[in-house]
Design a protein around this ligand. Sequence first.
Ligand code: HGY
Ligand code: MN
Ligand code: MN
Length: 430
Amino acid sequence: MIASTSHISIDGDRLLDRIDQLSRIGADPRGGVTREAWGDADVEARDLVARWMAAADLRPTVDPAANLVGRSPGHGDRWLATGSHLDTVVQAGPLDGTYGVLAALEVASSLHDAGHHMQHGLLVAAFANEEGARGTSGMTGSYACVGHTEEAPPDEVDDAGVTVGERILAAGGDPDRLREARWDPDAIDAFVELHIEQGPVLHANGTSIGVVSAITGRQALDLSITGVANHAGTTPMDLRHDALAAAADVVLAVESLPGPGSVRVATCGHLLVGPNVRNVVPGRVEMGIELRDEDPETLAAGTRRLIERIDAVAARRGVAMDRRLGQMVPPVTSDPRIVDAARAVCERTGTSWELLPSGAGHDAQVIGRMLAVGMIFVPSIGGISHSPRERTDAHHLVAGAEVLLRTLLELDEVLSATVPPSSVGDPGFR
Ligand code: HGY
Ligand code: MN
Ligand code: MN
């Protein structure tokens, strides 16, 4: 059965050309690509990808969470899903998310061009707001697909004072019908996401493909610090309640949190200072903090420890700290059948591979709350991502898309053989 699909191949030049085209939508004059979710560039990118979906014989739809989803026509009632996200962080590289969507599209195109009908239908998703635009929680689209809209709620207000619900509405979704974006878990047998590694391991080891064993968990923590804004020339140092100086202590507490027995990494990457004027003692700071670890207990313990340190800073500096636990994206383990399928494909095609965990968060881990998930990585040159300097060698990008194609073909066989025929249904797009 595998031999009968050996003539199917992705079009590497088309894939690379499309990556290039997308990198120009939201090109940032400061460098890199800024395509924050639901902004003009994001909408333009999604419109273009929707047209490419239609050309690949995928029926594109925008669901109530403003996810762009394409489905192959004329298949049975069981589905294999793949995809990633088109939104980016500020001054991103060209590949984070976009690569997985365009490679998924390439899989659909190559199956279509070869006239090959899998036993499963193919579902290609470009999830909305994976990154958390303008200080929001992120993973909005994938959380809606698993019915956990409370994890990325529409009433959340972004840095521009606009609610996520208003953003969704403007992007063609319907925040009042978010529940209807939920996929039918009985209809979709697996979700596989192809992504750049965003870390240094594959590049350093000279390995072409990473088969992901598990995806890290992430706990967000928001902090509002209220001190006393005052004149920078007249207020003696010992009488200040400087919110930014307190924030600096918190940043250092965050930085010193990871270590043996504690969380793997901790970051404060978001800071708004008020009034943000040179000659005023800062009176107010908003901070966005996150902790990551593969073990949920370690994550919870690290969060408790950080809160103790934050409270100590508040007491010492005489400022008020309003701290709110934000989104918790739990770690997820890859489905062994997907790991085996990707491994088998690499072995068969003579592609070097290794098993590794993902330190970055992905839509796959949210989808993993409901469905069997797995991920395939390609090397990031120098391990750089969330940066305009994010790059992957062209031959690795093409190889990754080929491995995605063959892994899905393998799963089409394996999962058709093992999933009982009673598990049929609609993939959940109404
Ligand atoms: O932050 C992350 O890990 C993901 O890229 N959103
Ligand atoms: Mn990212
Ligand atoms: Mn990503």
